[in-house]
Design a protein around this ligand. Structure first.
Ligand code: 2HA
Ligand code: ZN
Length: 270
């Protein structure tokens, strides 16, 4: 059997967590990622009959029955994933309508998946229902987006329009905009359900005064989404206190729609 440490999905996960840490998005144990795996691919690396232990999830998600996820561990630091992937990451298979998670690999110090597992799994269900290609849910704490939630109106249309206006490519990268949740207690099923509901209409969901959730078909796409929104928030914070002389007009945005064959969220452009 091949070594799991050489599996492309594991290598990519290690690179991504390292890169996110290096971007300053995941201080201490901040942030978490879940990646939906191809079960047949996992079987090339692991004995699928060998369950290390079973962990209750505290929620029900029948849509995910039998599915395997590579997920970051609770209390673990993204900074350390590259040095000890088997301690900081785990592969789990959901059973009993999603109420149980069978650990197939990892969390070798006795740990378990991220405290945000409900938000991740419920978001997977929501994204898969609108795009069967979705594989990734990613959460982190990028400073500029976070800062923006202290000074900007949290109305989703207004928040999205400001981001779109900060870099020409924003509307192309996330034409559906970003959805925004007010501050809520993290790690709960409630924030999980609220996040999943927001994930039905956008791949980016801001958690006010906390961070952001992204979803996408692979780690690169999801990272790129967050990276682009965070860049826009950075520009906003550089200019918000200065007299505005120019912007990207709605007319220009309509030209971008045509040029890149994308459609901005209904009602978000004038
Ligand atoms: O612990 O980011 O939201 C990691 C987190 C919780
Ligand atoms: Zn967080």
């Amino acid at each position: 059997m091949k070594s799991i440490l050489e599996a492309p999905f594991l290598v990519e996960m290690v690179r991504t967590t390292t890169n996110m840490y290096n971007h300053g998005w995941d201080e201490r144990n901040g942030g978490n990622i879940s990646l939906l795996l191809d079960t047949d691919e996992v079987a090339q690396y692991l004995d699928m009959d060998k369950v290390i232990r079973t962990i209750p999830t505290g929620f029900t998600a029948p849509e995910l029955e039998g599915k395997c996820f590579l997920v970051t561990g609770t209390g673990k630091y993204f900074k350390n994933v590259q040095y000890a992937p088997d301690v900081n990451l785990g592969i789990v298979r959901l059973t009993e309508k999603g109420q149980q998670a069978e650990l197939l690999w990892g969390f070798s110090d006795g740990g378990q998946f991220t405290s945000e597992f409900p938000a991740h799994m419920m978001s997977h269900v929501a994204r898969l229902s609108v795009n069967p290609e979705n594989r990734v849910v990613m959460h982190c704490h990028p400073a500029n987006l976070l800062a923006m939630t202290y000074v900007h109106d949290l109305d989703e249309r207004a928040f999205t329009r400001t981001l779109w206006q900060m870099c020409t490519e924003c509307i192309v990268v996330f034409p559906e905009g970003v959805n925004v949740l007010p501050w809520m207690l993290c790690g709960t099923n409630e924030i999980g359900e609220a996040t999943a509901e927001k994930m039905r209409t956008a791949r980016l969901v801001v958690w006010s005064q906390h961070g952001i959730y992204g979803a996408g078909k692979d780690l690169d796409e999801t990272f790129g989404l967050i990276e682009t929104a965070e860049k826009a928030a950075e520009i906003y914070l550089k200019i918000a206190h200065l007299p505005l002389k120019n912007t990207i007009t709605d007319e220009a945005m309509h030209l971008l729609e045509k040029r890149f064959n994308i459609k901005a969220r209904e009602g978000y452009l004038d």
